[in-house]
Design a protein around this ligand. Structure first.
Ligand code: C2O
Ligand code: CU
Ligand code: CU
Length: 525
């Protein structure tokens, strides 16, 4: 085992407007390996995992060559071997199964030949274990994470978070799912085991040699990567064999920029039991569900009463209004991928076994204590997150990401609850103002740290017809960490900043936007 000493030196000198450069406590091991760690000898881990990121060749397409990817390999060093569910022959990393209250230590080895760091998207963990890009390690180094699982039961997402390279690295394969369970959820007896399945949806483009191709040029990058092919759980044309009973499918949009409108081909409504932050109070039935990059919904797919051999198709249904109005007029902005908002099949489900028993959909799933304006301490200075895409640069409050700066507004007191307003910034008048409006597009806005509640969503635009194609698909009354903000929408959220001090990012989860600098951070202190 590794011997390491915790270095308790303050590593960041925080001043009111900026921070000094990061200095890492690091340990040189006998074999010359550099380990970056804030490990605490008093942290008694229940589970220890070892992750290694490296290049690999995986058979993704059904014929022809294997595809070169970047992949997380992992093994359980301590704890329940079922903590990891390996996905065979896959570029996705293993699914991680955690329980509320568990203490987890992760040893992350970077063998990519380039810097990287893992972020546990959705988990509420200390800054040093959150995968902030300032902690990215070089190839050959190791990073040690330690955290306790505070989250309630739900579906989360882990992925590489290397500054400026997140889009490419995630695209190349560095991501997968985290499931968290808790005692409350276990009492509900929801479908489990083989009836509780991941549905990781991603889009990719392959060249004639079966190798991944990614967008690197402006202005396509500004619109985000849109692939030519849909993969589910790392495979094309997926078909699930199911029994005639209820399933829980955990849909995770692991795509860089693509938004899905999940719906059955035959018009059967969709039933959702959980969003980003876990179980809803009660199931929601909708004609379709909007799922933006990094969002999760746990779907209750009930095949009871379906005939043997019957096949159901899950689609992304057509929608409008998420791309800039400019986009349609400028062919040069289009990528070669499937157009955003067009209709395509995601997966099919074939009934291969008739069974007579099925779990029943619970009427109540959980209790969520709603925040109200009484819970916040910034009613008179609501924190703005203004979205803009001026001069080929997507920004937040007019600013690009800076690793070592926070503004006054971005400093929040530990333990506070803040009201935050997310909206599109348009200049009033002038040529650039018009451009600003025409460049507005939908942005999935993600805040690290603790999950938040959505207080309101208002559409203030005039294209009611376009908006009508998406508006019934937002599930806003659970806990969230990523919210899709449509053009001309204004969204208010309440976010708690409890438990951990430090730098917590917020950014657009259109990964091309994030890499282009549409990211900032809060300092909680
Ligand atoms: Cu899933 Cu900062 O990201
Ligand atoms: Cu995150
Ligand atoms: Cu964006």
């Amino acid at each position: 085992m590794i011997n390491y000493k915790a270095d308790r030196r303050q590593f960041l000198k925080y001043s009111s407007l900026g921070v000094a450069a990061v200095t890492f406590p690091q340990i040189l091991l006998a074999n010359n390996k550099i380990v970056k760690s804030y490990s605490n000898a008093n942290f008694k881990a229940d589970v220890e995992l070892e992750f290694t990121a490296k290049s690999a060749f995986i058979q993704i397409l059904n014929h022809g060559n294997k595809t070169k990817v970047q992949k997380f390999y992992a093994k359980v060093l301590k704890g329940d071997p079922n903590t990891l569910l390996q996905l065979k022959d896959n570029y996705l990393g293993p699914v991680i199964n955690l329980q509320q209250g568990q203490k987890v230590r992760v040893f992350f080895n970077n063998q990519l030949g380039e810097p990287s760091i893992i972020h546990w998207h959705g988990l509420h963990v200390p800054e040093r274990s959150d995968g902030h890009p300032m902690y990215a390690i070089q190839s050959g180094e190791q990073y040690i994470y330690e955290f306790e699982v505070l989250n309630r039961a739900g579906t989360n997402f882990y992925h590489s978070h290397t500054h400026g390279e997140t889009g490419r690295q995630v695209y190349n394969g560095l991501s997968s799912m985290i499931k968290v369970t808790d005692e409350h959820e276990q009492k509900l007896e929801l479908p489990s085991g083989q009836y509780d399945l991941p549905l990781v949806i991603q889009d990719r483009s392959f060249d004639t040699d079966n190798q991944l191709s990614y967008v690197s040029r402006m202005p396509q990058k500004m619109m985000g990567f849109l692939g030519e092919m849909i993969l589910v759980n790392g495979k094309p044309n997926i078909e699930f064999s199911v029994k005639s009973r209820a399933y829980r499918f955990r849909a995770l949009n692991g795509s860089n920029s693509r938004i899905y409108k999940l719906g059955w081909e035959d018009g059967t409504p969709m039933v959702v039991i959980a969003t980003d932050g876990g179980l809803l109070e009660k199931p929601e039935t909708r004609p379709y569900i909007m799922l933006a990059p990094a969002e999760r919904v746990d779907l209750w797919l009930d095949f009871s009463g379906r005939k043997l051999g019957e096949e159901l198709k899950l689609y992304s249904l057509p929608f409008e209004g998420t791309m800039p109005t400019m986009y349609g007029r400028m062919g040069m902005m289009r990528s070669s991928g499937i157009e955003q908002g067009s209709k395509f099949k995601i997966a099919s489900f074939k009934i291969t076994e008739k069974v007579s028993n099925s779990p029943k959909l619970p009427k109540r799933l959980a209790t969520i204590i709603r925040f109200s304006e009484k819970n916040i301490n910034n009613l008179n200075n609501i924190i703005p997150i203004g979205l803009s895409m001026r001069r080929m640069s997507p920004r937040l409050n007019g600013k690009s990401f800076s690793m070592d700066r926070v503004t006054k507004m971005e400093q929040v007191e530990l333990g506070s609850h803040k009201k935050i307003k997310i909206f599109h910034e348009h200049d009033s008048g002038g040529r650039m103002g018009m451009m600003g409006g025409m460049m507005a597009m939908a942005h999935p806005i993600h805040l690290h740290g603790q999950q938040y509640q959505i207080l309101s969503r208002h559409y203030q635009g005039s294209d009611e017809d376009a908006y009508a194609t998406v508006k019934h698909g937002f599930i806003d009354n659970g806990w969230k960490d990523t919210v899709l903000v449509m053009p001309d929408e204004e969204i208010e959220i309440i976010k708690p900043f409890e438990d951990y001090k430090g730098f917590f990012l917020y950014h657009c989860h259109n990964l091309e936007h994030e890499d282009l600098g549409m990211m900032r951070q809060f300092y909680v202190g």
